[in-house]
Design a protein around this ligand. Structure first.
Ligand SMILES: [Zn+2]
Length: 99
């Protein structure tokens, strides 16, 4: 990607945020203090929260999930395996004891 293309992308992103704020109202991320449109393109849905959205933006949520994975990958993989097992998408590993 050329530097000019990167700049165009940033301008386009800024326009999208501005139009989104006009259309949906704004919400300020509690982690990065960015003012973003109040919709699920920018905040993950969470039915337990007032307004139905999480308080941190998708970018911050993603970066924190990445940091958690970097700190302890096995914990995340075990949680994913437990989730899939609970859904019945994969049976518990039979060979686990042999390893
Ligand atoms: Zn944020």
């Amino acid at each position: 990607m050329t530097p000019n293309a990167a700049t165009d992308e940033c301008i386009y992103e800024a326009d999208a945020v501005y139009v989104g704020i006009l259309l949906f109202g704004s919400r300020i991320c509690t982690q990065c203090d960015a003012e973003l449109p109040r919709n699920t393109d920018y905040f993950k849905a969470d039915a337990t929260r007032a307004g139905g959205l999480r308080s941190d933006c998708r970018r911050c949520a993603r970066s924190r999930a990445h940091d958690r994975y970097e700190r302890d990958p096995q914990k995340k993989l075990a949680a994913d395996r437990a989730y899939r097992t609970r859904l019945g998408h994969c049976p518990p590993r039979r060979k686990a004891a042999a390893r």
